[in-house]
Design a binder for this molecule. Structure first.
Ligand code: SF4
Ligand code: FES
Length: 250
């Protein structure tokens, strides 16, 4: 296949960017989208041009770093996959594909398709942990009974890979789906109950400080989330936040 790519190129955070055209020839339908980008980059390097900067690591849908907008969709066409799991067979010979970075105030562009998602790290630092008793009398986690439904829900919430597609796809650049998944994975388990109130208040506060927008229940985040994180988590976080605020105002 021969593909025309229209890629956002931006030298640095404070320089203006623009869409640049590239023709990628003899693309195999079995290549992943990132492999196709690798081929283009090798070609650019051979020509002495600057390769396109993009984030990637695991290339198997786990790390959440391969964040790109492809033809106006976070992680491209297809549901429940990340960009690294997208294959060129999803496109046709002669297609033109637009490739852009996540666009959100809280995710400033570093270069080309790479954005700074440090805001997510700071939200995690503000409450995404539990305290464990290490006095020697620590209870074995496996000896704490947990209802199967709660364990399953906590597990589903924990599958969030922190990719940021929810933010990028939301018209308000809201991080509610991400934060609610992180709040839920602890709130549902006994180990997370100890700091539950403090956690939800601190994580929501940090989310607001980072400049993410509010949730207006559009639901685009759930549709584009590669891990199928459910809006139920946002409802749970709102309940957790409400009870924490009521308790702290007493
Ligand atoms: S909730 Fe989904 S879209 Fe948002 S960061 Fe987690 S995995 Fe990515
Ligand atoms: S490179 Fe890790 S999820 Fe895509």
């Amino acid at each position: 296949m021969n593909i025309t790519l229209k890629v956002w190129r931006q030298e640095g955070p404070n320089t203006p960017g623009k869409i640049q055209d590239y023709l990628v020839k003899e693309v195999s339908p079995d290549m992943s989208f990132l492999e196709m980008m690798d081929v283009l980059n090798e070609d650019l390097v051979e020509k002495g041009e600057d390769p396109i900067a993009f984030d990637h690591d695991c290339r198997e849908g786990i790390c959440g770093s391969c964040s790109m907008f492809i033809n106006g969709e976070a992680h491209g066409p297809g549901r429940g996959i990340t960009t690294c799991q997208l294959h060129m067979r999803s496109f046709k010979d002669g297609d033109t594909i637009y490739v852009e970075p996540w666009r959100a105030k809280a995710f400033p562009i570093i270069k080309d398709l790479i954005v700074d998602r440090g805001a997510f790290d700071r939200i995690i630092q503000s409450g995404g942990y539990i305290s464990a008793n290490t006095s020697g009398n620590t209870q074995d986690a496996n000896a704490i009974p947990i209802p199967k439904e709660d364990a399953d829900e906590a597990f589903y919430a924990a599958t969030c890979i922190g990719c940021g597609a929810c933010v990028a796809t939301c018209k308000n650049s809201s991080a509610m789906l991400f934060v609610s998944a992180k709040v839920s994975q602890f709130a549902l388990l006994p180990q997370g109950k100890v700091e539950a109130a403090e956690r939800v208040e601190n994580m929501v506060k940090q989310m607001d400080l980072e400049g993410f927008g509010n949730c207006t229940n559009t639901g685009a985040c759930e549709v584009e989330c590669p891990k199928g994180i459910s809006l139920e988590n946002i409802a749970r976080m709102n309940r957790e936040y409400m009870s924490a605020s009521l308790a702290s105002s007493k």
